[in-house]
Ligand binder design. Structure first.
Ligand SMILES: [Zn+2]
Length: 473
């Protein structure tokens, strides 16, 4: 029996704002426990929340970037549940009237483009954090994160494989980072996702029973967890059993999912409009102002790199994987106008050390990379030496000129100087020289190799080829 996999994702993106969503406390990560708190986020009786305008603005940006329709009047609701990291006994979220609904983005998997629906995006506050000490054993509550603004982005169950789920996640990750509304750090939990997954017999309209997966803090874990759960459900169904609706935790160390609790439904939360907050009104003027301030998005930028810089699809896609990388690439091109050469060098030399998400840690500036490439262009150094110089730049952060000078790496392009060495090498290898004269011209590679060894890679390779051709005759 053939089954079809159905996946929907719920993404929580932590909004990049200085203060929390309903109070003035700082959102900075890593402060001593319970120092970024006040009566509002501690949920003291009698306090009143005040909405952070920036959170609404960030939500508008996301809505415009993903074709979501903005609800010009939307409102907050209380989601009631008890947990030690939730001092109020309810989370302020949005329920029947979220800020935006009915959007979509396009993803590409194995050369096929698919449109994935986005059901809704809503604003909400984060809960606190429990820190467990297994030795004592004791648990501690840290409420610094309480009230941190989140945007929850819920997809339609349109994804049909773990690959598509990861492609969708990566696409949205790119969008929130380009919009600069979320830092996208998955390890610190500022971009996290839960997944609903179910299987149904091929051709069946009705959805199968789903499970919800939590605790997947990297793209790789999302892929592995969904693959595991897809297999587990298929085995149950093939055995004639039925899947139990549940919330499962992904255990990355053991590579399997573990049961966390029975799945709760929306009505379990007793949602009702928050009486302490007025409806949020977003007028056309506000939307239009935000629209004019939107940056170029990854898809548009990728297209521009192909259309105006003449880059192949492959290069443009890699270079626009993060805003930082695309900015860096354009900054190098501004000083060294050969986009394809810049792209090749970034693709082979830079990305091996620093992925698109780690560009901020790279010590090499765009100016330094541009002057390194210019040195190759002017034949001051060879392309091979440029790689050595670049890896030195990555460690020391020094200018390429300084490294080339200090290490004596300037390319040898002086004909008289090289011809003496060429003759010496020919004399020392009479057998190979004879082979060349007998018509085995490929042996010239051997001679050039010898010269490179003697000059520690500094001989100009074109000149070396020419000189051996001329001297071997
Ligand atoms: Zn506070």
């Amino acid at each position: 029996m053939e089954f079809e996999t159905v996946i929907g994702l719920e993404i929580h993106a932590q909004m990049k704002t200085k203060s929390k969503i309903f109070c003035g406390c700082s959102t900075e990560f890593g402060a001593p426990p319970n120092t970024h708190t006040c009566p509002v986020c501690l949920g003291m009786p009698g306090v009143l929340p005040v909405l952070n305008r920036q959170v609404v603005e960030n939500a508008i940006k996301l809505a415009l970037a993903t074709d979501l329709q903005i609800n010009k009047e939307n409102r907050f609701a209380r989601k009631n549940y008890f947990y030690p990291d939730l001092p109020k006994g309810y989370q302020i979220s949005q329920f029947e009237l979220p800020i935006a609904e009915h959007g979509h983005i396009e993803i590409e998997v194995n050369g096929t483009t698919r449109t994935i629906g986005i059901t809704r995006a809503h604003m909400e506050e984060d809960a606190g954090k429990l820190v467990h000490d297994d030795l004592e054993p004791k648990s501690y509550v840290d409420l610094n994160r309480t009230g941190t603004p989140l945007l929850e982005i819920v997809s339609e169950p349109d994804l049909r494989s773990p690959e598509e789920a990861v492609a969708y996640l990566k696409k949205l990750h790119g969008i929130v980072r380009y919009l600069d509304i979320c830092d996208g750090n998955m390890q610190e939990g500022s971009f996290r996702c839960d997944a609903n997954i179910s299987l149904r017999p091929m051709g069946q309209e009705e959805l199968g029973t789903r499970t919800e997966l939590k605790n997947m803090n990297s793209f790789k874990n999302v892929q592995l967890a969904l693959e595991y759960e897809e297999r587990r459900q298929r085995d149950i169904l093939l055995d004639g059993g039925s899947v139990t609706q549940a919330t499962l935790l992904w255990n990355p160390d053991q590579g399997k999912t573990e049961s966390m609790r029975g799945k709760e439904e929306a009505h379990d939360y007793r949602y009702f409009p928050d009486p302490d907050l007025v409806p949020v009104v977003v007028d056309e003027e506000w939307i239009e102002r935000v629209r004019t301030e939107l940056p170029e998005l990854p898809g548009q930028r990728c297209q521009r790199f192909m259309d105006t810089l003449g880059l192949p699809d492959y290069d443009a896609t890699i270079l626009t994987a993060s805003r930082e990388l695309a900015d860096f690439f354009e900054a190098v091109c501004a000083e060294y106008d050969n986009p394809k050469k810049v792209s090749n060098f970034i693709g082979t030399e830079l990305l091996r050390e620093y992925g698109p998400e780690r560009m901020s840690e790279c010590p090499v500036t765009a100016t330094q990379m541009a002057s390194l490439l210019a040195m190759v262009e002017k034949a001051t150094i060879s392309g091979k030496i440029a790689k050595t110089v670049f890896s030195e730049m990555l460690t020391s952060g020094d200018d390429p000129e300084k490294i080339v000078k200090d290490k004596g790496l300037v390319q040898m392009s002086d004909e008289d100087e090289l011809v003496a060495l060429v003759r010496e090498i020919i004399e020392a290898n009479p057998e190979q020289a004879q082979q060349f004269r007998d018509g085995k011209t490929k042996v010239i590679g051997f001679f050039v190799g010898q010269l490179m060894q003697k000059t520690r890679g500094k001989a100009n390779p074109q000149l070396a080829n020419k000189l051996f051709g001329q001297e071997l005759k």
